[in-house]
Design a protein around this ligand. Sequence first.
Ligand SMILES: Nc1ncnc2c1ncn2[C@@H]1O[C@H](COP(=O)(O)OP(=O)(O)OP(=O)(O)O)[C@@H](O)[C@H]1O
Ligand SMILES: [Mg+2]
Length: 365
Amino acid sequence: MAIDPQRIEFGNDDIDTDALPAAVPAGGPKPATDLQPGKGLDVGTANLLSAVRRKDGKVIVKRERNMFLEVPANVQRNRAMLTRLSVPYVSHRDRLFVLGNSSFDLANMFGSEVRRPMMDGFLSPREQDAIPMLRFIVERLVGPRTVENEPVYFSVPAPSIDRENDTIYHQGVIESLLRKLGYEPHPINEGHAVVYAELAEKDFTGIGVSCGGGMFNVCVAYRTIPAVTFSVSRGGDWIDEHVAKVMGMSRTRACDLKESEGVNLAEPRNREEEAIVLYYRNLIEYVLRNLAHRFSLAQDVPSFHEPVEIVVAGGTSLVGGFVEVFAQELKKVEFPLKIAGVRRANDALTSVVRGCLIAAALEQQ
Ligand SMILES: Nc1ncnc2c1ncn2[C@@H]1O[C@H](COP(=O)(O)OP(=O)(O)OP(=O)(O)O)[C@@H](O)[C@H]1O
Ligand SMILES: [Mg+2]
């Protein structure tokens, strides 16, 4: 595939992040006319993101947490209250649900738990309202299509090496949801999306690692072609779950603490941060051990002439000191490839969705 890096350079773009509209305008939202056809969608356990390029070249990214809360009791009264507070909600089968970021804030305020449509990278078999809730959030993020059968490149996890999971069902549900919105869905492997977003200067050769809420996704690519892809089914949620247990708090609260500013793996400032650091280190060590094991078995790992770079992306890579600990742990395992270095993506949370948008631009050429 001939690639002109100039056409897909994102370096000079501004990125806008927008919240969900409180309510869809009467008659439904109107398709925007200033957008280029083709969208990216990152379907993550913790976050859903959409990306689209405006005709002036600017990329618009929207993000919502992939979670919801059911608001009990008096539907009429609560509906009025939520509207007054500008909290996005939907009513579904005579029940009211608060979606996305607002559900996280509400749950945090009241010390309760949010409900999650996805778990460990895939649709959650434990959540019966998973599909309609996911649909509501995705619909608002991608908005109406701008042309008939507009392509949407959406992220899918690779099968896990430490757990059995059903990629076919998960992918099929997202495809059908996008088709119902009038889009033409195209799955793209999550780690491959990181390679698209972050390794243009290396001719799309290297290792992309997406460190997410539910899992770590790895892709070894050679000139855009994904040679090896797999996932390890632990991520930020695993840290939250364990910190919540040992500290006696809700998982939502543990997540909020972990994401708060200044947490650094090298310098925990209190007991809670000590617990976070302990589980973070354990997680990184677990992932790298699995990664080395996967590579040791592989016949499919390409041999590169030069050492390759590892780029880490995803929300879990955002904690202070992550790259340093990752690089330290990497030295402790046997690795069949020569590594030039480890670095974090410039905008780790949006890397996958930007990669999806690049895939949409490249593959539609
Ligand atoms: N500043 C931060 N510090 C530490 N962790 C963070 C930070 N911001 C987000 N996270 C964590 O990153 C995770 C979400 O990352 P991301 O959005 O990449 O995951 P995802 O794509 O939703 O999940 P997956 O790819 O596993 O399905 C959550 O566990 C979240 O708590
Ligand atoms: Mg992800």
